[in-house]
Design a protein around this ligand. Structure first.
Ligand code: NAD
Length: 332
């Protein structure tokens, strides 16, 4: 399939971006990934498994993606790259993606999330070829959920620097869009998991500890709920929202749409692994917002978003990826 349209993905070398880029390549788009190749975990404590996760990205699509190494905070190079490739769609994923790091390094969160977004908006306002700007926000903009499921109109009371800067990026996107008529879509994902993540998020840590026979820590017994979302579904949702005419100038929650307790994810892993796991119950973590399900009704109705993976199905896929690694010679 040949498609002349170019999609420019900032942060496209990352976990979610690599799925979106690979799917777009398969659909025939020209895909330009603009990424600073930042690593958030300490390389001296990384496991070999993280390398495997990196290597699982872009399988079969590496040669078809144009990789540009660049930082969104470097406006002149970003501008040159956008002018060179003249994309019709820009999907902006590049951001410091971890709330805990954002709280510890607010300057980095602000430069990465706010400055990077402003730079892109300032470039887009002066060109005429971009017909959609997709801004990646987060469920962290809501803070503690006041109702469940949280729809897009839910009050925005972020409890972290990360959530605050993501919300600032939304406000700026809408302000630029109103002022300069930039067509945009804002997406709020949550708790994405699956093969290829190297940021050691919760499902990955659970699986790692399960395979390594280490205790799995569950704050407050793992009763907190998250809207765990399998990465394939989220990538499909982004692509739908980026191109659908009805997604123009809209905000969408793009998640699985179900609140599941952390201990449920552990139970699923325990069933798959077939023996009792070591569990350590720790005190509640009050820094994290109390979340749950996000409503995906708007995305379902307006653009036909239809996530396929239940938590059981998604965790099983991720489990198989781990199992392959742990039974492979490559591990040694
Ligand atoms: N993973 C989740 O659960 C989740 C949930 C909500 C929102 N998000 C958002 O989705 C996006 C993608 O997250 P991810 O999980 O794929 O993270 P990731 O760390 O795997 O990918 C982020 C990518 O952005 C790049 N990047 C970061 N700052 C940059 C900069 N200033 N210039 C250029 N490149 C830069 C990194 O090198 C990395 O490749 C982020 O905006 C994140 O905040 C993720």
């Amino acid at each position: 399939m040949v498609n002349q349209e170019t999609v420019f993905i900032t942060g496209g070398a990352g976990f979610l971006g690599s799925y979106i880029a690979s799917k777009l390549v398969a659909e025939g788009y020209k895909v330009v990934v603009y990424d600073a190749f930042i690593r958030y975990s300490n390389p001296f404590f990384d496991s070999k498994f993280l390398e495997r996760q990196f290597q699982s990205r872009f399988q079969g699509t590496k040669d078809k993606v144009i990789f540009v190494r660049g930082d969104t905070s470097h406006k002149s190079f970003l501008q040159k790259s956008i002018l060179d490739h003249k994309p019709s769609v820009i999907i902006h994923l590049a951001a410091l993606p971890i709330a805990d790091i954002g709280d510890k390094n607010p300057d980095e969160a602000i430069s990465s999330i706010i400055d990077g977004t402003i730079n892109i908006l300032n470039i887009i306002k002066d060109v005429n070829f971009v017909r959609r700007f997709v801004y990646t926000s987060s469920s962290m903009v809501y803070g503690d959920f006041e109702h469940n499921p949280a729809d897009e109109e839910h009050p925005k009371k972020p409890k972290s620097i990360y959530g605050g800067t993501k919300l600032a990026g939304e406000v700026l996107t809408e302000a630029y869009a109103r002022r300069y008529r930039i067509p945009y879509t804002i997406i709020r994902p949550s708790a994405i998991y699956g093969p290829g993540d190297v940021n050691r998020r919760v499902v990955q840590i659970f699986l790692e500890n399960a395979f390594e026979d280490r205790p799995i820590k569950l704050h407050n017994g793992g009763t907190s709920k998250l809207d765990f979302s399998f990465v394939e579904d989220i990538a499909d949702g982004f692509i739908l929202a980026a191109f659908h005419p009805k997604a123009e100038n809209q905000i969408f929650n793009i998640t699985r749409g179900e609140g599941r307790q952390l201990k449920e994810a552990v139970d699923i892993i325990q069933n798959l692994i077939g023996h009792p796991l070591k569990i350590e119950i720790t005190s509640p973590d009050f820094h994290r917002p109390e979340r749950g399900a996000l409503s995906i009704e708007k995305a379902k109705k307006l653009i036909g978003y239809d996530p396929k993976y239940s938590l059981e199905q998604g965790v099983e896929k991720y489990y198989q990826f781990f199992k392959q690694f742990y039974t492979d010679d490559a591990r040694e």
